[in-house]
Design a protein around this ligand. Structure first.
Ligand code: 1GP
Length: 261
């Protein structure tokens, strides 16, 4: 038991180190978000193709989980890639021992303490027991047009798009609290992605690596985010909406656009 605990604690920190090393190597990384509610029997093939095309990792999660597919989805993804499989949890019901790590999110833009510290406190003992690597992450919702599920469910007051000073203040807070990543979220399927100017403004002030996601529709958009200072670019919807015959080409284009070095 003691040995097992030591072995597994040796793994802790591995995924975050991988992220930092890969950012240093490539400039920016490409992660694909897998929504467990939207996967089907093709998941295994999809994960293999994405891995072959050079994706840097997978996030798995959803603001609102409707199916019972979560655990199965994490397991299949893990079994078919050598890239990190990281939970991007919408709630405490999204924790699985098959994952390498979990974004230990605090929704700093939420108006409800439940999403800032409440659910985290309930999740911590489970994460400890499973020995999944928790990666402390500030989750910041950015205003992006119509209200997104992430904003609604997390009861957030999103940061105005044209107020970089507010975004910087939140990002600095995350850094001073010692958080390891900052997720700038426009929301899945957002009309407008996180503005490039806002990413640049935060990047010029804050050292913590930035994840940027929501509403990124093509490799050109992704390139702009990477060039503005995003360490990790995330896409979800666009691949779900792409016909199977075009998936390989699109993922490869995203990887090429995002890997700047
Ligand atoms: C949401 O960043 C993700 O957190 C993905 O958003 O589905 O709009 O690509 P999209």
């Amino acid at each position: 038991m003691e040995k097992e605990r030591k072995d597994s604690s040796a793994r802790l920190g591995k995924t975050y180190d991988y992220i930092l090393n890969q950012i240093a190597q490539h400039g920016s990384l490409y992660f694909i978000l897998i929504d467990p509610d939207k996967t089907n029997s093709n998941l295994k093939k999809f994960v293999r193709i994405a891995t072959e095309c050079g994706v840097d990792g997978f996030f798995i999660g959803s603001s609102l989980l409707l199916s019972q597919n979560f655990e199965r989805c994490v397991k299949i993804t893990k079994e078919n890639t050598d890239k990190p499989v990281i939970i991007f949890p919408g709630s405490i019901y999204q924790i699985s021992k098959f994952a390498d790590a979990i974004l230990f999110l605090s929704v700093l833009t939420s108006t409800n303490t439940e999403f800032i510290i409440g659910q985290q406190t309930i999740a911590s003992p489970i994460i400890f027991k499973y020995r999944i690597e928790p990666i402390s992450t500030a989750y910041l919702l950015i205003e992006s047009g119509k209200m997104t599920s992430a904003t609604f469910i997390s009861q957030s007051k999103p940061i105005p798009r044209d107020k970089p000073e507010i975004a910087i203040a939140y990002a600095l807070t995350a850094q001073y609290l010692g958080m390891k990543l900052i997720y700038l979220e426009a929301g899945s399927g957002a009309d407008n992605s996180v503005p490039n100017e806002l990413i640049k403004a935060i990047k010029s002030t804050v050292e913590t690596p930035l994840i940027v996601g929501g509403g990124i529709k093509n490799p050109e958009n992704a390139y702009e985010k990477a060039n503005s200072g995003a360490g990790i670019i995330v896409t979800g919807n666009i691949l779900e909406d792409t016909p199977p015959t075009k998936i390989k080409g699109l993922i490869s284009d995203f990887v090429r656009a995002i890997h700047r070095k």
